[in-house]
Each structure stands twice: as structure tokens, then as C-alpha cells.
Design a protein around this ligand. Structure first.
Ligand code: NAD
Length: 268
């Protein structure tokens, strides 16, 4: 049951750190993958990803998901190239990286409106547009699985203590608010669509993830891991099982749910 053989998967942000891994895994479980991304090359070089691109089992489409006309147009192209999608993974998102300008990572009271709009546009509006366009075709076809990616910062507040080491070094650093608000919005977009499309055969679930190890600074890791029950950050490959589960018929009775894959972060 846990397979996606001959399925057509659309993944937004497929050129990113996790998108590349999901795309490779989907192909290796039998799917063909259409990537929607602003970027035309993967963030991290991956031999298998390069091979599947060459073979055509992964096909990239450069598109801005915040632009509804572009999403409409790319969906037509994907229908011509592959057919109607069976799986949609709303994975593209903006977060403020640790080296963001000071205005982005300053106090809540002065968090810039422009930054808020950018994050909400990609993380919420872009997800909504992709659901509107690809979800409609799935509903017309009578089946499909949509996976909306959230974060522990969407179900809980970020722990600002993790960044004490930056403040004690003289910076005014806070994990910004917009990412949390956007990832929280995903949870109820999922529930809304799960009930809206329940009778049409389209399942919609959230996959909530904790942080992936990516050479973070030692001070951050020490603080993070002291709070993390499982005692380590995630390896990106550990998200493949949950993605394939939600994408496949193995989760046929799951809709509107939130699958939390967080090493126990939210358990206390
Ligand atoms: N990496 C983690 O530790 C982690 C933890 C929890 C949740 N997540 C979530 O997992 C998902 C993937 O994370 P990641 O680390 O791979 O991110 P990433 O930054 O590596 O990749 C995001 C991708 O989205 C694309 N993108 C951004 N704006 C776009 C737009 N307007 N249109 C189309 N594409 C656009 C980018 O070009 C990029 O390729 C995100 O939703 C993120 O919030 C990640």
C-alpha cells in the first residue's frame, strides 16, 4: 500500500534542501515529479536528482507560486507533459535565515511589514493558489492527496532562548514572527480543504516537521538539543517515510490531520 507507483506528483520548492530529497524519493517509489520553483537548479547537488532530471522522471518548471496566472499556466503544461496530478506537496516556503539583515530578526515590535507580506505571500497565498489550481483538477478527477508542510514553529512558539548566544554576543536577534504565523495558517487551510473536498476523494493533510541538521552553530545545537527529547536534529531522509505515507493509499482514511514528525519536541 505504501507506494506511489505511476502517480504524478507536483512539489513546490522542489529545488530546496528538502524538496530535492522528496523528489528523488517519489521517483524511487514509482512516481513522476513536476517541480514548481523560482530556482532552476537544486540548492544541493545530488547525483540521483541529476539523473532523474536527465531521464525526465523529474521535470522542473520555473514559476512563482504567488502569481496565480503563472500557477494556472504551469498546471496546463504539467497536464500536457504528465497528466492531472495525483499528489501535491506544498513545500515551498520562506523563512528568515540566520544571516538575515538586522531589521528582519530584530524585536517583534519593529518587524517590517514588507517582510511579513513576503513570507505570508509565499507560505500561505502560494499554498492556497496551488491548492485552488491542482486541487480542483484532483476533485474533478475524484482522487488526490495534498500534503501541506508546516513546522513545529507553526504549532508552538519558537523558543527564543535558543538564540541567547546571539544576544549575549551583542546582536538583537529574535526568531521572527511571520514564519510562525504562516505555518500556523497552514493547519487550518488543511482542515478547511479536507472537509471541503472530503466527498470528492481529495485528502488534505499537514506534515509538521522539526529542524533538519544543516551545520548549525554549536551554541544553537547545544541549546536546541537540550530541549529535544530524541536528542538530535532530524536527518532529512527521515521525512521520506511520512511523505510517502501521506501521498499513498496507506493513509486513505487520513484527511484533515496533522502528522507531527518532530523527535518529541511538542510532547512536553
Ligand atoms: N529545513 C528545515 O529544518 C525545516 C524544518 C521544518 C519545516 N520545514 C519546512 O519544509 C519546507 C522545505 O524547507 P527547506 O529547508 O527545504 O527550504 P528551502 O529554503 O531549502 O527551499 C524552499 C524552496 O522554495 C522555493 N521558493 C521560495 N519562494 C518561492 C516562490 N514564490 N515560488 C516558487 N518557489 C519558491 C525556493 O526557491 C526554494 O527552492 C518548508 O515549507 C519549510 O518551512 C523545514
Amino acid at each position: 500500500m505504501i507506494n506511489v507507483k505511476d502517480k504524478i506528483a507536483v512539489i513546490t520548492g522542489g529545488m530546496g534542501q528538502l524538496g530535492v530529497i522528496y523528489s528523488v524519493a517519489l521517483v524511487e517509489h514509482g512516481a513522476r515529479v513536476a517541480i514548481l520553483d523560482l530556482a532552476s537548479v537544486p540548492k544541493i547537488a545530488d547525483e540521483r536528482f541529476a539523473l532523474y532530471l536527465e531521464e525526465g522522471s523529474i521535470k522542473p518548471y520555473v514559476v512563482d507560486i504567488t502569481n496565480r496566472a503563472e500557477v494556472d499556466s504551469v498546471s496546463q503544461k504539467i497536464k500536457n507533459d504528465f497528466g492531472v496530478a495525483d499528489i501535491l506537496i506544498n513545500n515551498a516556503a520562506l523563512d528568515s535565515p540566520p544571516d538575515s539583515p538586522a531589521s528582519e530578526v530584530g524585536p517583534f515590535e519593529t518587524y517590517p511589514e514588507l517582510s511579513y507580506n513576503k513570507v505570508m505571500d509565499v507560505n500561505v497565498k502560494g499554498t492556497l493558489f496551488c491548492c485552488q489550481v491542482f486541487g480542483k483538477d484532483m476533485a474533478d478527477k475524484g482522487c488526490g492527496s495534498i500534503i501541506n508542510i508546516s513546522s513545529i514553529y507553526g504549532i508552538l512558539s519558537p523558543c527564543q532562548d535558543l538564540y541567547d548566544f546571539r544576544r549575549s554576543a551583542g546582536e538583537e536577534f529574535f526568531k521572527p514572527v511571520a514564519y510562525s504565523v504562516s505555518k500556523s495558517a497552514i493547519l487550518n487551510l488543511t482542515r478547511y480543504l479536507a472537509t471541503y473536498w472530503a466527498k470528492s476523494g481529495v485528502r488534505v493533510n499537514t506534515l509538521t516537521l522539526a529542524g533538519v541538521f544543516n551545520d548549525q552553530p554549536k551554541e544553537f545545537l547545544d541549546a536546541y538539543l537540550s530541549r529535544m527529547p530524541i536528542g538530535r536534529m532530524a536527518d532529512a531522509e527521515e521525512f521520506i517515510g511520512p511523505v510517502i505515507l501521506l501521498a499513498s493509499d496507506a493513509s486513505s482514511y487520513m484527511t484533515g490531520s496533522n502528522l507531527v514528525v518532530d523527535g518529541g519536541w511538542s510532547a512536553w
